[in-house]
Design a protein around this ligand. Sequence first.
Ligand code: AMP
Ligand code: ZN
Length: 493
Amino acid sequence: MQLFKDQHISIYNSLTGKKELFKPINDGHVGMYVCGPTVYSNVHLGNVRTFMSFDMIFRYLKHLGYKVRYVRNITDAGHLENDADAGEDKITKKARLEQIEPMEVVQRYTVDFHNILNTFNFLPPSIEPTATGHIIEQIELIKNIIDNGFAYEVNGSVYFDVHKFNESHEYGKLSKRKLEDLIHNTRELDGQSDKKNPQDFALWKKAEPQHIMRWPSPWGDGFPGWHLECTAMSTKYLGDRFDIHGGGMDLKFPHHECEIAQNEAAKGETPVNYWMHANMLELNGQRMSKTTGNTVNPDELLSGNNKFFSKAFAPSVIRFFIAQAHYRSVLDLTDDGLLASEKGFLRLMEAINLLDGLTASSASTIDLNAWKKACYDAMNDDFNSPILIAHLFEAVKFINQIKDGKATLTENDLKTLKDTINIFTFDVLGLENVSKTNSGTDKLSAAVDILIQLRQEARANKDFALSDKIRDELANSGIQLKDGKDGTTFSVN
Ligand code: AMP
Ligand code: ZN
């Protein structure tokens, strides 16, 4: 379906602070890079939100007919605990704490990441490169940066010379920071650092003798800097300049700022035409973050096994909840919000399941072309999924009116309605139909409800042996009953 020629997408470019008409470098092709996870622990729902926003964008671009090369990396080395190049490598630290190989840490959490994305119906990216698989490319980049005079070696580590770079380039242009302000705001590192200036950042770090993840380089054994990995992997697969670079808002500085500086210093070319930043997911009003521990993991939300939410939620309900906010808005994950999304999602699915039963008429009383155009306009306007969803709910109204004989559509219009709803709900938003995916969950719920009822009857008859047996056997099958003041609920482990 070659639709892209008729659709004009505008994208909010974080670099310019404006919405801009999207023009890919190569007609009909899009190169998109998104910073992937650092695989040293389970992803939380905040991480999932960011990747989901870009999954939706990938889906929409594909739907329009673009050939998209979507690269999302796995950071499996080099991400230090602290942005000022201090602290341990996150993966090495985890390996030390758990007394396993760093690559076991990487494997465990990469598998976990993929399982979660499958559960939420993500499309796989076109390429998923790892940092450790691109050490040679990173060394080559560092050599270029040194040759161009923007990096220096000290004691086996190589640092990017931010001050030198800023004499001829603009460091801070993405995050709207000025080097002078950074100088005022950066703490001196108590003479512990080899850096000329605290604003400089590591391209290559010398590996101390006990450091397990190490590679030979012209500067001795060491490991690459985190910012450099993304420059190496994005430009290797998408070219020195590509269309879209995405990530969470928290990566704008220093990570993405440093990516720009590295590419300009190595290749004399700014790497990206459209910088896109997804906003943060909060949990009960506070940013979800691994470091503060204010997190909920997807499996805890899916099983209902957590201290924040009243029940379990299906993956598509969570996906729908996330799509109900624009990707650039902060989104607060709350029980009320999820319950409301669940209702809305089920209402949408119920209407979609009525579509096949609707009959066509000889005339249409609804302007379907205007409605379809509004759906595209919403997504063309910087991927405005909440507005798109509002239009899908208009369609729910149409469906119910047609069912009740209060509106009519011709055969053609009815087909347009079905096709458009299906495209946006399933292909673009990536939701899965309740009759398909939730039937298992719904049936389980119904069955457990019957057992809860039987247990209550047993208790009423003072047959405690039976009531305990029901509870214990369910627990043995991984289903926990919880007795509360409003009755008994359950969670699945
Ligand atoms: P990390 O594994 O920490 O490098 O993070 C992976 C991705 O998740 C990055 O793009 C982060 O910007 C993003 N991220 C981290 N915390 C949140 C949050 N609370 N809400 C949305 N995205 C987040
Ligand atoms: Zn990155």
